[in-house]
Design a protein around this ligand. Structure first.
Ligand code: S3P
Length: 453
């Protein structure tokens, strides 16, 4: 049965659009730090909410997406509050989530929605998920399919979309599931359902995706194993799990650092140090590809923070050359393509990307949104079904978008990528709405202003 449309509307972002012109800037200089990793921040709250006792988190990203996760977990019984610089979470224990009294408003956040759907699926509660216009277009069938196999029940809007209601089941059936798309969110949803399911839940990943769920669940004391079976990753979790509260330090988000890395590479005279950037190999593909293009990015002081590799990056203005990006590296830079396309637009020669179908179902259709926005700013872009082909300027600034405003489609990463394009343009780039930036990087504009003096 389809859900009534009256519940389709998220209550977040009620303000008017906030357009801005990003103008050519001086060099990016000095030292900066980006906020905490979004993926790790969501998981810190969720796993803390399932541990008995107090989990303490520093460096948590305080963007709208992560706050949507916090609000949902509070509605299901966890106590979450900020004390000074530390977030304190008192969890309810695996199996202890309570019936939320009202629909859970996920705002713009696909990660909150899909991971929480997994958690609810193996609890004897029902939860309705609602979101903004962007999230309400995104496919949830990819998590409904495996979670239905556990015995949980789903009532979704047409096309497997939000608003949707999950009726969890307990005891749930343990399942084995081979991922049909490379998705850390789907992998995580199944593993999280497995936490409160007696027996072995197994996920088979033909293509590796970000592994924060695996690393962190182990850190919280779950019995989780990862094996390699003829090139496929096989992740096994034994439920019902007992999670132990942890002290977590969240490293800087490489997906947020990406905007500063590309800006410093493109703006002449730049030399910027970005401290404390997460360098987990399942996330660091952008740095490798930019280095292959001739980008001067020095990786210094590699160390471990909260069980994750981090480093300080020194980025200098560079002459970039076009590149053919192997589909194999796509999952490790999946969220960085919007700003990568900006780098390609100023490189010398052609850049070819393939295997990017997943970009069409992110916060916006990022292939068409970036093709349109970059073309509007004077770049030469051909849009293909599974990627973009970009003929770079060889370092010449883009003309800019005096006559066409870049449309962000409620997508934070389109807004920030086109802001970077504006810095590397002749006339500046008009971005139609900067509000979505707050979902992942509320301080972006302030930090950019600081770095460009
Ligand atoms: C995320 C996984 C990725 C990524 C998203 C965050 C996560 O999504 O794009 O921003 O935290 O698990 P997919 O699983 O859809 O690839």
């Amino acid at each position: 049965m389809a859900l009534s449309k009256s519940r389709a509307v998220s209550t977040t972002s009620p303000t008017a659009a906030r357009p801005r012109r990003f103008v050519p800037s001086g060099p990016l200089k000095g030292r900066t730090r980006v906020p905490g990793d979004k993926s790790i921040s969501h998981r810190s709250l969720m796993f803390g909410a399932l541990a008995v006792g107090e989990t303490r988190v520093t460096g948590l990203l305080e963007g709208e997406d992560v706050m949507a996760t916090a609000a949902a977990l509070r509605a299901m019984g966890a106590a979450i509050e900020k004390q000074g610089e530390t977030w304190s979470i008192h969890g309810v224990g695996v199996g202890g989530l309570l019936q939320p009294p009202a629909p859970l408003d996920m705002g713009n956040s696909g990660t909150s929605t899909r991971l929480l759907m997994g958690l609810v699926a193996s609890h004897l509660i029902a939860a309705t998920f609602i979101g903004d216009a962007s999230l309400s277009k995104r496919p949830m069938g990819r998590v409904i399919d495996p979670l239905s196999l556990t015995g949980a029940n789903f009532e979704a809007s047409e096309g497997g979309r939000l608003p949707l209601t999950v009726r969890g089941i307990s005891p749930a059936m343990p399942i084995e599931y081979r991922l049909p798309v490379a998705s850390a969110q789907v992998k995580s949803a199944v593993l999280l359902a497995g936490l409160n399911t007696a027996g072995i839940t197994r996920v088979i990943e033909p293509v590796p995706t970000r592994d924060h769920t695996e690393r962190m669940l182990r850190g919280f004391g779950a019995e989780l194993e990862v094996a390699n079976d003829f090139g496929e990753r096989v992740i096994t979790i034994r439920g019902e799990a007992d999670l132990m509260p942890q002290d977590i330090v969240v490293p800087g988000d490489p997906s947020s650092a990406a905007f500063f890395i590309v800006a410093a590479l493109l703006v002449p005279g730049s030399e910027l140090t970005i401290e404390n950037v997460g360098m987990n190999p399942t996330r660091a593909g952008l740095v490798d590809v930019l280095q292959e293009m001739g980008g001067q990015i020095e990786v210094l002081n590699t160390r471990e923070v909260g069980g994750e590799p981090v480093a300080d990056l020194v980025v200098r203005h560079s002459e970039l050359s076009g590149v053919e990006v192997s589909p194999d590296v796509v999952p490790s830079m999946i969220d960085e393509f919007p700003v990568f396309f900006v780098a390609a637009a100023l490189a010398k020669g052609q850049t070819v990307t393939t295997g990017l179908e997943e970009l069409r179902v992110k916060e916006s259709d990022r292939l068409s949104a970036m093709a349109e926005a970059l073309s509007g700013a004077g770049a030469r872009v051909i849009e293909r079904e599974d990627g973009l082909v970009i003929e770079g300027t060889g370092g010449e600034p883009l003309r800019g978008s005096a006559n066409s405003r870049a449309k962000t489609h409620l997508d934070h990463r389109i807004a920030m990528a086109m802001a970077v394009a504006g810095l590397a343009s002749r006339d500046g780039v008009d971005v139609d709405d900067t509000r979505p930036i707050a979902t992942s990087f509320p301080a972006f504009e302030t930090l950019l202003g600081e770095c460009t003096g």
